[in-house]
Design a protein around this ligand. Structure first.
Ligand SMILES: C[S@@+](CC[C@H](N)C(=O)[O-])C[C@H]1O[C@@H](n2cnc3c(N)ncnc32)[C@H](O)[C@@H]1O
Length: 364
């Protein structure tokens, strides 16, 4: 049966012989990306619906709340998943593997991606690190059932896998805002780090494809817009500030894009340091919320089907004004797509996003 997503050259056999369904638990939660909602797929209750969901090109959550969640409904925070198969395929293509290279995967999850890598490169050339012991144990069982035994380390992937280093590639399947220094140390010069990288601004990341330099730095473009669950130590919560901070009200006409999967939801974070953003939907419109992470400043801007944008700004930072500045910067640059941006990490660990080339950094 043809797969419902394009398989990159060289990966056909791995995808044909290792369908994702072999790595999924009996109960998981497919993610409807357009509606941003979750349903349950329970193999015992409805085996055909389970298989349809397992084979569909959607991400599926396999663990909520670090395993504390029980019951058929979705939990609060998705903490392990199998990514959308088309994204898994696109990431493997972007990894540019050749026979004999050594790959470190961060975030084993179900073990599916590690299995595909081990099938293509040989299990001796693949190391995968998972922080959650129960997730790792399930992945080890699924991998063994598939006859594959890559090096599976239970530990903090932020440390890489020093015993197995150096690597030619690191592929991270968890999001982060600081690339751990161990990763640039453990990849040989000329090798690649493929990682979702974002700011505290939103849950979206640019998938950074970084080439490691001889000096321990790394640089490269963003190749896709993604949203991964975060590396455990780099999770972030949306703050809620108490009422009572004096605020000012105003109205306006400009409304920066709020839609799910709009690249500006990621790009705005390059210009708004220490801010987090959330969108609330109403029957009659939307509110964009902005919270400062360094003081208690916040903003709520509401757009209804009729009338101007109503803006309420509190605290020392005028966060809506900062967002409008970022939007004016992006539109006046011609609304460059995400793939025109990139990231450079210097040997001292400074992360600098850029537009077009590393010589033109994006400054807050
Ligand atoms: C999106 S899932 C990985 C999907 C996986 N590659 C697959 O093929 O199914 C992210 C995984 O990263 C793990 N993780 C989170 N923080 C980690 C860390 N610091 N080190 C290693 N794994 C981590 C989570 O427990 C979760 O299982």
């Amino acid at each position: 049966m043809p797969l419902p997503f394009p398989v990159p050259p060289g990966w056909e056999r791995a995808f044909a012989e290792l369908p994702r369904s072999r790595f999924l638990p009996d109960v998981f939660w497919p993610h409807d990306l357009a509606a941003d909602t979750f349903t349950v797929a329970d193999r015992a209750a409805d085996p055909r619906a389970w298989r349809r969901a397992a084979e569909a090109d959607v991400p599926v959550v396999t663990q909520w709340d670090d395993g504390r969640h029980t019951g058929p409904g979705p939990g609060r925070d998705a903490t392990s998943s199998a990514s959308r198969p088309s994204l898994v395929a696109a990431m493997l293509e972007a990894l540019e593997v050749t026979p004999g290279i050594r790959v470190l995967e961060i975030g084993t999850g179900t073990g599916w991606n590690a299995a595909l890598l081990a099938h293509r490169l040989g299990e001796r050339n693949v190391t995968t690190v998972e922080i959650d012991p129960r997730v790792a144990a399930d992945a080890a069982k699924a991998l063994a059932r598939a006859g594959l035994h890559p090096d599976l380390v239970v530990g903090d992937g932020a440390e890489g896998a020093p015993d197995a280093a150096p690597f030619d590639r690191i592929i991270a399947t968890a999001g982060l805002s600081r690339v751990p220094p161990a990763w640039t140390r453990q990849v040989r010069p000329g090798g690649l780090i493929l990682t979702p990288w974002g700011t505290p601004y939103s849950r979206w990341e640019g998938l950074a494809r970084l080439t490691v330099g001889p000096d321990g730095g790394a640089s490269g473009p963003f190749v896709d817009l993604v949203a991964f669950m975060k590396l455990r130590a780099q999770r972030r919560a949306v703050p809620r500030y108490p009422e009572g901070l004096p605020f000012t009200d105003s109205t306006g006409g400009v409304w920066p894009p709020h839609e799910l999967w709009h690249p500006f939801r990621f790009l705005a974070g390059l210009r708004l340091p220490d801010v987090t953003h959330a969108v609330q939907a109403h029957d009659d419109g939307h509110t964009q919320w902005l919270y400062s992470l360094t003081d208690a400043s916040w903003t709520a801007a509401v757009r209804r089907s009729v009338g101007p944008v109503e803006i309420r700004q509190a605290g020392t930072r005028r966060l809506w004004d900062e967002l409008l500045d970022a939007y004016a910067w992006w539109t006046s640059a011609g609304e460059p797509p995400l793939t025109h941006f990139g990231l450079t990490i210097t040997p001292d660990g400074t992360h600098t996003p850029w537009l077009h080339t590393p010589a033109t950094p994006v400054r807050p």
